[in-house]
Design a protein around this ligand. Structure first.
Ligand code: MV4
Length: 446
């Protein structure tokens, strides 16, 4: 096992990793920008290193400086958290070249899944169901027309280097195809420096359901159930739950086993998330994330596993110590992302946190790095906390979530807490009856 880990991140996820390290008896190194001198992850770590000015490209994304911080402190491994360098294959390679362990999958697997065309090809070859579409990139209008004829309209054109929804174009019919293809290629080139695009049948009313996996890189992998992340605004998840209200246990077992077998065959190492669109009882692979995700706590709540500790153990060379049948799912969990934003306009609201009162009690978890007197800097993501609630049933979970949100007080900045209290009054939310478009529609008409 490692003696010392450097945490290449900030905010709640830096704290989350720090907690896992401490419980494993591993020393921690925090890194921080000059804007984060007073951040909680810096206060709680055993050591800290300032890695540069506020802008993340000069601090949290600065690879040479992070390497120097490892060297100075003697850290043997780096946990990247999520965002920043978590899915940067080059970073994983450079660390390896310096004898430092990247706590995550192999650079090769990160690279494959970063190219959405390669990811889809790999998933399909491993027996994972994919959205019908082009086999590779689509380069010219004639090819696009042929493929659209095969798969049927509407079609969606996506950037190979994309993900997260940027640079997607829908064509409802043949007349819209040429313009959609051209603008998708132009946008992909501008946004990612790579004009490569591919085509899929456009699913009109799907849910976003993702399967959590854990592999040891030695041909053993398990699935940890699924999360429903359909409630999103502008490709940002707002509310996530495990299990999905849309699945029964037979469906869950079937897709879970398909994914676990695929990841075992790939010799995947670490935690990963295989994302699907789910419509009319069918799953369609869209992407794979090769990192720990923001919403991992809902999976932890229903499995009792510590995903960060598992990541660290696997990165240190351990095998996954349990079989699929040893994983017992129980109850229901919901996560609400608390952002420092106006709850109606979503305009960021950084500044001084004047007071905080966090909810507690049975089945309530807060992952947050704010405190009374903390000043939220304007340079980073507006996520300031996650409220995760567990209950024996989904209904118990909803009742507890209402109770916990009612106790949560954050003064000095605006937060999205009021949005969640509104959502809990909506029959569709209470019934679990929502798809990927539900939230944006609700926000338009409310
Ligand atoms: C799709 C789709 C419909 N059909 N692919 C958006 C982000 C990227 N990860 C994939 N996305 C989508 N891909 C096909 N073939 C609809 C979306 C989509 C979406 C997906 C998940 C959650 C929210 C979404 C909001 C808009 C569009």
């Amino acid at each position: 096992m490692f003696d010392k880990i450097l945490i290449a991140n900030r905010g709640e996820i830096a704290l989350r990793v720090l907690r896992a390290c401490r419980e494993l008896g591993i020393h921690t190194v925090a890194v921080h920008s000059t804007a984060d001198e007073n951040a909680m992850h810096v206060r709680l770590a055993d050591e800290s290193v300032c890695i540069g000015p506020p802008r993340s490209d000069q601090s949290y994304l600065n690879i040479p400086t992070l390497l120097a911080a490892c060297e100075i402190t003697g850290a043997e491994a780096v946990h990247p958290g999520y965002g920043f360098l978590a899915e940067n294959a080059r970073f994983a390679e450079i660390l390896a070249e310096h004898g430092i362990t990247f706590i995550g999958p192999s650079a090769e697997h990160i690279r494959i899944m970063g190219d959405k065309i390669e990811a889809k090809r790999t998933a399909k070859a491993l027996g994972i169901p994919v959205v019908p579409g082009s086999d590779g990139s689509v380069d010219d209008p004639d090819e696009a027309r042929r493929i659209a004829h095969d798969i049927g309209f509407p079609v969606l054109i996506k950037a190979a280097a994309g993900g997260g929804g940027r640079g997607m174009k829908v064509a409802k019919n043949a007349d819209e195809l040429d313009v959609a293809l051209q603008s998708a290629r132009t946008e992909a080139q501008a946004a990612f420096g790579n004009a490569s695009v591919y085509m899929e049948r456009y699913l009109t009313r799907p849910r976003h359901i993702e399967v959590q996996v854990l592999g040891d890189g030695k041909g053993h992998a398990v699935h940890l159930g699924e999360r429903d992340c359909s409630l999103q605004r502008r490709h940002q998840k707002v509310w996530e739950e495990a299990h999905s209200p849309a699945l029964n246990s037979a469906q869950r077992t079937r897709i879970g086993n398909t994914v676990a077998k695929a990841m075992a065959d790939l010799s995947y190492s670490g935690v990963g998330t295989v994302e699907f669109l789910y419509e009319d009882g069918e799953f369609f692979f869209i992407e794979m994330n090769t990192r720990l995700q923001v919403e991992h706590p809902v999976t932890e709540m229903i499995t009792g596993l510590d995903l960060v500790q598992e990541q660290i153990r696997v990165a240190a060379g351990s095998s996954v110590a349990f079989a699929q049948d040893d994983i017992a799912f129980s109850g229901h969990a919901i996560e609400c992302r608390i952002n420092a934003e106006n709850p109606r306009t979503f305009v960021p609201s950084p500044g001084l946190v004047e007071a905080v009162h966090v909810p507690g009690g049975l089945g309530v978890r807060i992952d947050s790095a704010i405190y009374a007197g903390y000043r939220i800097p304007p340079y980073y993501d507006s996520l300031i906390g996650k409220l995760i609630v567990f209950g024996k049933t989904r209904n118990e979970c909803l009742m507890r979530l209402r109770r916990a949100l009612g106790e949560y007080v954050i003064e000095g900045v605006e937060t999205t807490i009021p949005l969640f209290l509104d959502l809990l009054k909506q029959p569709d939310i209470v019934d679990g009856n929502y798809d990927i478009h539900w939230l944006e529609h609700y926000l338009e008409v409310r």
